[in-house]
Design a protein around this ligand. Sequence first.
Ligand SMILES: [Zn+2]
Length: 237
Amino acid sequence: MIQEEILILKEISYKENDKILHALSRTRGKIRIISKGSKKSSSHLINASQIFAYSTCTLNVSKDMYILTSAKLLDNFYNLNKNMAAYYNASYILELISYVAQENEVDSRVFDMTVSVISHLSNCTYEHEKLTAAYELKLAAMLGYKPDFLHCLRCGSSINDESKFSVTEGGVFCSKCVNFGNGINVTYNEILIMDKILKSKFENIGFIEIPKTIMNLIRKFLFYYIGKDNFTTLKLL
Ligand SMILES: [Zn+2]
């Protein structure tokens, strides 16, 4: 029997009363859990067995799946149900991390950051797009693709002018070196915005002005590195 913190990414109806849950766990990455009897209204597992449920639980390890034996719900981010934009952004985060956690080793920092962004999405009445963009950039950085926004990829000098951001090389070419690499034109201010997003906590993201072009650039950057761009929940954003 093991203790684990889990965030439910997906619930699948199974047999008459059971559910199969896809969950992000704090120390074991993405796992599959069977939650027996959790479709019954009298089940003590009912609250922890729903999408977005964040709980501490005990699991039995069986052959190919974990078995949920008890759970204490920490949060179900109920306010997501009251705000469409928040709900859709949070749904996209779950689909994104579900894919990423399957393909990569993710650590407890990724788990904590995911719970944190869902919590902020749930509690904010606006700024959902900014929170999602910040999550995408921070996720890329945690996966090992942290761009250095302040130094030129080629000559190493400090960036202090408009430059080119290269998605494929994961960095910036200064105005003297722009001809040595392909990239997307970015102003110095936009460079500073991306650097600030990377260094800011979610509670401070709302104070940063983030142009739509930068949100698109961040998404393009993340998708290039994870090798996928066709998330179904993206169509709702
Ligand atoms: Zn340079």
